[in-house]
Design a binder for this molecule. Structure first.
Ligand code: SF4
Length: 196
């Protein structure tokens, strides 16, 4: 008798511009973790936004897929993040989630404030389930967020490509991208400090 093959569930694949922050975001925060060493290079302050539609099996933060999870983003929190970032030993801000690119109201506002307060003395990293190529076909608010970043870790988490030895990624399809260089050259430029 033929054996039944188990169907592997994959993350969702949106059409270009199908998912919009304006329709989805509740501007809520799943978590804020200041002064951590795991969400990018150096000491970082990490903002976890609420809401993601990629629905990757094995998602590292499933509760934050819900756009209603957590607490509202407030001016008070923003001021605290800016104050934390002002510490000399903090290298920068990290955006994760949830999906930062489906919470552009919060992320764009915060990134503009970081640039206003610190210029490029602090760097900004963001994770996303979108690939770089998908973001190139996306809405202006997502492109605006991209233009404010230094580093983007792109792509869905794929269980079949899971590798826990990778720097800052869960699966080998994901890339650590130098955003300014990639935008300047029109090609994806990988972070020059990539070891694995
Ligand atoms: S893109 Fe990230 S947050 Fe969204 S479902 Fe996938 S692993 Fe979870």
């Amino acid at each position: 008798m033929p054996t039944k093959q188990k169907r592997v569930r994959l993350p969702k694949n949106p059409q270009p511009q199908e998912w919009q922050a304006a329709d989805l975001s509740e501007q809520r925060i799943a978590s804020y973790k200041p002064f951590n060493f795991v969400d990018g290079e150096g000491v970082r302050c990490s903002l976890y936004v609420s809401g993601c539609k990629f629905d990757c099996p094995g998602c590292y933060n499933k509760v934050a897929q819900n756009f209603h999870f957590g607490t509202p983003y407030t001016q008070e929190l923003e001021d605290r993040i800016i104050d934390d970032l002002s510490q000399s030993y903090v290298q920068g801000l990290t955006l994760l989630g949830g999906e930062p690119f489906l919470n552009t109201q919060v992320c764009n506002r915060l990134c503009h404030r970081v640039r206003q307060e610190f210029g490029h003395d602090k760097d900004i990293w963001s994770w996303t389930g979108y690939t770089w190529d998908e973001l190139m076909k996306e809405s202006d608010d997502k492109k605006e967020l991209l233009s404010l970043l230094d580093i983007l870790v792109d792509g869905r988490f794929l269980q079949a490509k899971m590798d826990l030895t990778l720097q800052f990624r869960g699966s080998s399809n994901q890339r650590i991208i130098n955003v300014p260089e990639s935008l300047k050259t029109g090609n994806v430029v990988i972070w020059d400090k990539l070891v694995k």
